[in-house]
Design a protein around this ligand. Structure first.
Ligand SMILES: [Mg+2]
Length: 351
């Protein structure tokens, strides 16, 4: 596939007739047009070519942005902000290396767990079992058996529990407050566009396979809702304020997540991750500065980079991704992401 086709993606619907990549009217706008509309009302569809192309471009931007942030940040994962500054000044090139000794452009568990989850969603569609947590757990187990380059402790514990006793949801645990469920939820957000009820249930289902913690749940749901706004709201002047309102509501419910003023911690604890991601996402006016800002905080830089890249990619679209980063990204990963993005949007918009 040529580079231009990887970026532009299909301009015609993929696989499911003329409605496949149709733009949906986001629920918050549908509700505003009908006083009695509930948040789960069926979205109003528009079939304009521009609407389809915009949705695909911004969904692809989110997924490729996640992979770029992962590949960039992995080099400086577990370094301190000061160590990064001393070694690189400002770290801004995909070079591989790091503690995982990656090839330039190679991604880590953030991206590969997303791809595993996305595969489970598409498999569920083929089998007539959409959003089945059993398939999600099986996909994570197969991913683990494929010897990924890394795997967080909480993810590993949850996958082992599933392999040992078939549990598709762990019990609530104070030890599950890491960012592993948050980092891999993008495929669920893509596959549930226009369906906030499904975003809620499927996000929690995939999360609880490994992470069952109120702060992990809240972050995963709120960031998923932010993605729906960024992807579904065609008016940029409305999308960012709507996103900010979701972030502010998250902080109001969970004050430890307050990211203004930014506390400066970027660990894998979901509170630190959310603060870093939201601070850099809202502080930047372009994709590159958002991602560079996050990864230069160090610590869990691949995951903060991935999540900021995901949100900024959803905001600005694939066309806005820096070419020098995109060209470095592992080619097979780009192909898989492009293919999966089209499939997940088709799943979201299937009748
Ligand atoms: Mg990682």
């Amino acid at each position: 596939m040529s580079e231009s086709s990887l970026i532009a993606g299909p301009t015609e619907p993929v696989g499911r007739g003329s409605m496949a990549l149709a733009m949906t009217l986001p629920p918050w706008r549908a509700a505003s047009r009908s006083a009695g509309a509930s948040s789960t009302a069926a979205p109003v569809a528009s079939t304009t070519t521009m609407g389809r192309a915009r949705l695909f471009d911004h969904a692809l931007g989110a997924y490729l942005g996640l992979a770029i942030g992962d590949a960039l940040g992995a080099t400086v994962e577990f370094m301190t902000k000061r160590e990064i500054a001393q070694r690189y000044g400002v770290f801004r090139d995909i070079t591989g290396g790091g503690w995982l000794k990656l090839k330039p452009g190679q991604v880590t568990d953030d991206t590969t767990m997303c791809l595993a989850l996305g595969d489970a969603l598409l498999q569920g569609q083929r089998l007539g079992r959409p959003f089945d947590p059993q398939l999600m757990a099986e996909a994570f187990a197969a991913w683990w058996k494929g010897r990924p380059v890394d795997c967080g402790n909480t993810c590993r514990r949850g996958i082992m529990r599933f392999l040992n006793d078939g549990s598709i949801a762990g019990p609530p645990s104070d030890g599950d407050g890491g960012n592993g469920a948050l980092m891999r939820n993008l495929p669920v957000a893509l596959a549930s566009i226009g369906r906030p009820d499904l975003l809620h249930s499927a996000s929690l289902a995939q999360a609880h396979i490994t992470h069952h913690h109120p702060l992990s749940d809240a972050a995963t749901l709120s960031v998923g809702a932010m993605l729906h706004v960024l992807l579904g709201e065609p008016e940029p002047a409305l999308a960012l304020p709507a996103c900010r309102a979701i972030a502010d509501a998250l902080v109001a419910r969970h004050p430890p997540m307050r990211f203004v003023p930014y506390p400066g911690r970027a660990s894998a604890y979901v509170v630190d991750t959310v603060q870093t991601v939201l601070h850099h996402f809202f502080a930047a006016n372009d994709f590159e500065s958002a991602v560079v800002g996050a990864v230069n905080q160090g610590d869990d830089a691949d995951t903060t980079g991935a999540l900021v890249g995901m949100l900024a990619g959803a905001r600005f679209g694939a066309q806005a991704l820096p070419r020098r980063w995109l060209n470095k990204l592992d080619h097979q990963t780009r192909l898989l992401i492009t293919e999966q993005t089209a499939g997940l949007l088709a799943l979201a918009l299937a009748p």
